[in-house]
Design a binder for this molecule. Structure first.
Ligand code: DAH
Length: 351
């Protein structure tokens, strides 16, 4: 049995008094800093409890455990009183902040961050919108096509060199499937599905095995098809000149050049005055002063025969343009890959 501890009553009373004083100091503290300073008077390097702890070694061995235990309890007690006070002070500060100056509902809102269309999609939308105002409706078709719709019905004979120009990606599956190389197959699908008159624009993705600064293996086109009676080359010229001027500006002049496409006869291409140098000649127009914008022509009677339209009764014109190219020209971009990298630093410029 250990002797009754001589120190114990004194120590208990002393600890009690210290904690009482701590309570009073904490209650008087106005903020976390003052509360911590009050606790440091006990717990700090030069604190009262720390000083008592130093006495531990001077006590007779049997008395040490009880003394140490009391001290530890007092330290824990002091630390938790400090924590409680800090929590209270924090809550009080928060409540004070809520009861601050009244809300000003006339301040402008911060606004939620919101996204925007990709420059390719907004360009495509603008193109479709211009034709929409001229009475064209939107038609769509599958991106995986068959030879009939992508080539044969469009008057590409099986071994014709015009097929070579299309850099076709074939699908490695039964059924002679391919990734459509242009939006023109939707002309065929539209005509097979309805009788004239036809007036459609066809936006969509197309695929070719081509990959450099101006070619992406997946890119976008907008196709157009108009079929009616008494349709002439003059209608084509008027419609497409209006389109170019709506898209690039009324002061941009256009020129028509003869060209070749299997599904139109005659075929042409439309150039517009370079929107970068206004015709003087620059890097973008490769010094020519003109930019190639789209292919077009009067629908070949052979195409009408493939879809069961009477070529004696109906005429039409068609056109196709690259959305990527138009977006690049409109925004002065030199590398098509920027459009597909999804780099937000680039895309945010088109907000
Ligand atoms: N399909 C052609 C291409 O991708 C573009 C084209 C040219 C479409 C003339 C047409 C057209 O409808 O009449 O190369």
């Amino acid at each position: 049995m250990t002797q009754p501890d001589q120190q114990a009553p004194d120590l208990a009373a002393e600890l009690h008094a210290l904690l009482e004083r701590l309570d009073a100091d904490l209650a008087a503290a106005h903020n976390a800093e003052e509360a911590r300073a009050a606790a440091a008077k006990l717990l700090g390097k030069k604190g009262a409890l720390t000083a008592l702890q130093k006495k531990l070694g001077t006590l007779p061995a049997p008395e040490r455990p009880a003394f140490g235990a009391s001290l530890n309890r007092a330290k824990d007690d002091a630390a938790s009183r400090l924590e409680n006070r800090l929590t209270t002070l924090e809550r009080e500060a928060f409540e004070r902040s809520l009861s601050g100056p009244p809300l000003d509902p006339t301040l402008p809102p911060r606004g939620l961050p919101h996204g925007h269309a990709h420059p390719l999609m907004s360009t495509m939308h603008d193109i479709v919108d211009i034709f929409g105002r001229m009475g064209f409706q939107v038609a769509e078709g599958p991106e995986v096509e068959d030879d009939f719709h992508n080539f044969e019905a469009l008057n590409f004979p099986p071994d014709h060199p015009a097929r070579d120009m299309q850099d076709t990606l074939f699908v490695d599956a039964p059924g002679n499937l391919l990734m459509r190389t242009h939006t023109s197959p939707v002309q065929i699908r539209t005509m097979l599905a309805q009788q004239p008159p036809v007036r459609v624009v066809i936006p969509g993705a197309v695929y070719r095995h081509d990959d450099d600064a101006t070619h992406s293996p997946r890119f976008f086109q907008v196709e157009g098809l108009l079929v009616d009676d008494h349709t002439t080359l003059a209608d084509l010229k008027g419609c497409l000149t209006l389109f170019v001027q709506e898209f690039f500006g009324a002061d941009v002049s256009v020129r028509f050049r003869a060209s070749f496409f299997p599904f139109t006869e005659p075929s042409g291409e439309i150039d517009c005055r370079c929107v970068v140098c206004r015709g003087k000649g620059c890097r973008v127009c490769k010094g020519s002063g003109w930019l190639e914008i789209l292919g077009c022509g009067m629908v070949d009677p052979a195409v009408f025969r493939h879809v069961g339209y009477d070529p004696e009764k109906w005429q039409g014109f068609a056109f196709g343009m690259g959305v990527d190219r138009l977006a690049m020209l409109r925004h002065g971009m030199s590398d098509i890959r920027l459009l597909y990298e999804n780099d937000l630093r680039f895309l945010r410029q088109f907000q």
